[in-house]
Design a protein around this ligand. Structure first.
Ligand SMILES: Cc1cc2nc3c(=O)[nH]c(=O)nc-3n(C[C@H](O)[C@H](O)[C@H](O)COP(=O)(O)OP(=O)(O)OC[C@H]3O[C@@H](n4cnc5c(N)ncnc54)[C@H](O)[C@@H]3O)c2cc1C
Length: 463
């Protein structure tokens, strides 16, 4: 243990953000308890508390690097367990119906399903001698000192028959219960203000199925095929080889558009994507699951850093603090960056909620600007579009176009999208020159057809 900051820390929620927080807390607390309502041990399939686990999850390159740092040998362990990996820049990426020039980046994409990835992280965390999982247990609330200035523990209710509410004392409580976090309500009940919320409504749907391919050679060795949704081509998809020789497909629709779940409708939506690649792969594949839908209404950022009063001994992170439009694949990587921030604070031996929330807010700023900025490129998305957003969206469109011709641009873009570098990397003079030289839109541009039924095939026009 590097610095002992306290005796016991309790993490609320044992999903990705909670597990990563527990991993770093275990360095500074004698004991770390993780409380979750679901059964966790040995679970490798989607569970009730994480319904998004049924849909394709990409771990961004920065997230993979942090997992490797926190759990040395993580990536080789995943490969040994049969999880396919590949170079992020060599996946089949499409923007506006045109493929980016593949380019090796040295950045690794670990292509596991979300439950499988979580199970690998959980196995490493629960193997730590001072970490205990308290499963099948509802979190009811927090306990505080009489003046409500300090959080002193957690009220829980185990799901076992005959259980009664219990209190677990703690020196630190970390809320990682995801989007549905009750912290705003608890704060109000304790006489504090709720945090302000920034919301940007995108109304995106994910509709997903898993498959087995009769012959994988149809993929030409590619790990995944990703026609990414954009204002000009709002229907998107993520198709990936995953563990156990299976493949997963998530179809995305924005602003209320959604792929049907019946087999014919699902396939028709696949056919309506701006490129035929995925349809060609799945039309003869063996479906292994029915299609399931997840609707994500809005990106939500809770501004805990702006509160002037906040109880001591209590922190919020992960989706509980900010949840992003999932299409940008940022949530788990931001949770990993926040865990690193937590570790830095613990190493200094001070744990002030103010400072922590301010620092994770800085972590959130760039991915928030990237995803919300991208969403504001859809004319129908409500929200202010300052000059910065308009210029940035116009430039990113040129980056996408340039990356269809220049592999160096693909490489730079992947480093930024993978959160290994900040967007300023795309503004370096040599890169801007490449982008401006190669960034004329390439045809055919795809006309958006939002809110259309599955039978509508998108029209195209020459650029
Ligand atoms: C459709 C979709 C696709 C996504 N794709 C990606 C992607 O490609 N890449 C990426 O990085 N991110 C993606 N995300 C986001 C990612 O799922 C989250 O950012 C990530 O799971 C981290 O969330 P979390 O751990 O903060 O919360 P969650 O994963 O929501 O977990 C919260 C945990 O708290 C527990 N819990 C909640 N309330 C209670 C309670 N009262 N009592 C007990 N337990 C409780 C739950 O059981 C759960 O285990 C996607 C999200 C969605 C919706």
């Amino acid at each position: 243990m590097s610095h002992q900051v306290g005796q016991r820390a309790i993490v609320l929620g044992g999903s990705m953000a909670g597990l990563l927080a527990a991993r770093v807390l275990a360095e500074s607390f004698a004991e770390v308890l993780i409380v979750d309502r679901d059964e966790l041990t040995g679970v490798t399939t989607a569970r009730r508390g994480v319904p998004q686990g049924r849909h394709v999850h990409g771990l961004l390159a920065r997230g993979q690097q942090i997992l490797e740092e926190l759990f040395p040998g993580f990536t080789s362990g995943a490969i040994a367990a049969g999880i396919p990996t590949g170079d992020l820049g060599e996946l089949r990426w499409f923007f506006n119906g045109t493929q980016l020039k593949p380019s090796p980046t040295g950045l690794i994409c670990v292509s596991a399903t979300r439950p499988m990835l979580e199970s690998h992280v959980r196995a490493r965390v629960s193997a730590l001698p001072n970490v205990t999982l308290i499963e099948l247990t509802d979190i009811v609330g927090v306990t505080t000192t009489r003046d409500n200035a300090l959080v002193t523990g957690v009220r829980i209710h185990r799901r076992a028959e005959g259980s009664v509410e219990e209190v677990l004392d703690a020196d630190l409580v970390v809320d990682a219960t995801g989007r549905g976090s009750r912290t705003p309500v608890w704060l109000e009940e304790l006489g504090y203000e709720r945090p302000q919320e920034d919301r940007v409504k995108i109304n995106i749907s994910y509709t997903s199925r898993t498959y087995r391919l009769p012959d994988e050679s149809i993929l030409n060795g590619d790990l995944s095929i990703n026609p990414v949704a954009s204002p000009a081509a709002p229907r998107g998809a993520f198709f990936s080889r995953i563990e156990d020789g299976k493949c997963a497909l998530s179809l995305t629709g924005v602003l209320g558009d959604s792929a049907p779940t019946d087999p014919d409708g699902f396939l028709e939506f696949t056919k309506s994507l701006p490129v035929p690649d995925i349809y060609d792969v799945v039309r003869n594949a063996e479906p292994l699951s029915d299609a399931v839908v997840f609707r994500f209404l809005a990106s939500v950022r809770r501004r805990y850093e702006r509160l002037t009063r906040f109880p001591r001994g209590f922190l919020v992170l992960g989706d509980a603090a900010c949840s992003f439009n999932p299409a940008y694949g940022q949530g788990m990587t931001v949770a990993a960056l926040e865990a690193v921030t937590l570790r830095d604070h613990l190493a200094r031996g001070v744990l002030e909620a103010d400072g922590f929330h301010r620092d994770i807010s800085r972590v959130i700023d760039v991915p928030w600007d990237m995803s919300v900025g991208g969403d504001l490129g859809y004319p129908e998305v409500e929200g202010p579009r300052p000059l910065k957003v308009r210029i940035s969206n116009a430039y990113v469109a040129k980056v996408h176009a340039a990356a269809t011709r220049d592999p160096e641009v693909t490489r730079a873009f992947m480093r930024v999208a993978g959160m290994v570098e900040t967007p300023t990397a795309l503004m370096r003079p040599s890169m801007m020159l490449r982008v401006l030289r190669n960034g004329k839109p390439s045809g055919p541009a795809v006309l958006p057809r939002l809110n259309s039924g599955p039978d509508d095939v998108q029209a195209t026009r020459a650029a």
